[in-house]
Design a protein around this ligand. Structure first.
Ligand SMILES: [Fe+2]
Length: 297
């Protein structure tokens, strides 16, 4: 019997061992203020959430009842699913285009809940006339995280915001600074109804990952890392980012939500990303509704 050689180097998305993961999950249980906002069920949770800034609590409270409907979840799963009978569904088409542009990490999808998206024109096949490029800096964004895909480590600058899970499951790693070797502060899993948050002073740097199963035959990049899954399964989060001048008390200059700094997964260099969205919710909702109408046919 040949002994299977185990790669000792932990891989993406967080490059940590199982033991380190346990320690980081324990760290997240103790850190104050709490990394995640939930309805507290213990005195300790209550105390750790007490110091979450009021502006953040207000955003979280307003989002608290938002959920996808069952048909929206099923519709998104169908639009993300791998090609069948030569037909590539809309969201998988966008993943493939994004992967072509940036193969440094497995892509995720940003849906602007206001304004326009970069790939709205792809929805033309569904009967929509759109000829413009996307807006950037939408304050309200739905993010769709295909199973096993993840963001690079990035900073939200001086914005104040929430990352509110509305479907599936998401892991959020919080970092002390924006640097490939930054100290990891804690790892939390978000499930629907649980919210991560950030301000310019607190938890502004993070990485988001969907830990669901990648399906039977995912695609791996030249460095051996997964770059495209083989399933329609996903996690989703609802993001709200306010610039400083949109908070009740404005202080100093802001690094606004129009762009954010991130660390390239391959070169480990700091770069900047203009926060373009891939689709607008107006278009995605119409495509989902049109798909749902075809289910009974
Ligand atoms: Fe983020």
């Amino acid at each position: 019997m040949t002994e299977q050689k185990k790669d000792p180097r932990p891989g993406p998305p967080f490059y940590i061992t199982k033991e380190q993961e346990t320690q980081l999950r324990l760290a997240a249980e103790k850190i104050s203020p709490s990394l995640a906002i939930t309805q507290a069920t213990t005195f300790d949770e209550y105390a750790r959430q007490l110091m979450v800034p009021p502006a953040v609590m207000e955003l979280a409270r307003k989002a608290a009842d938002i959920r996808f409907t069952t048909w929206e979840i099923e519709g998104i799963r169908q639009l993300l699913a791998p090609e069948t009978a030569g037909k590539v569904p809309l969201l998988r088409q966008i993943l493939l285009k994004k992967l072509q542009d940036d193969p440094s990490h497995p892509p995720y999808i940003r849906v602007a809940c206001t304004g326009k998206g970069d790939y709205d024109d792809l929805a033309q096949a569904h009967g929509y006339e759109v000829t413009h490029d996307g807006d950037y800096g939408s304050p309200v964004v739905l993010e769709i995280w295909p199973a096993q895909h993840y963001s690079p480590m990035h900073s939200h600058g001086d914005t104040t915001g929430i990352v509110y899970c509305i479907a599936g499951q998401l892991d959020v790693m919080s970092y002390a600074t924006l640097d490939w070797n930054a100290e990891k502060r804690g790892l939390v899993t978000l499930t629907p109804g649980v919210c991560a948050w950030l301000t310019k002073d607190t938890y502004a740097v993070h990485k988001v990952y969907c830990p669901l199963n990648a399906g039977p035959n995912p695609t791996y990049g030249p460095n051996g890392n997964l770059i495209l899954n083989d399933t329609g399964d996903f996690g989703a989060s609802f993001h709200v980012y306010l610039n400083e001048d949109e908070l009740s008390v404005a202080v100093g200059d802001s690094h606004s939500r129009d762009a954010f700094d991130y660390i390239d997964e391959v070169t480990h260099e700091k770069k900047q990303f203009m926060t373009y969205s891939d689709l607008s919710w107006r278009v995605l909702r119409s495509v989902l509704a049109q798909n749902a109408r075809n289910w009974d046919r």
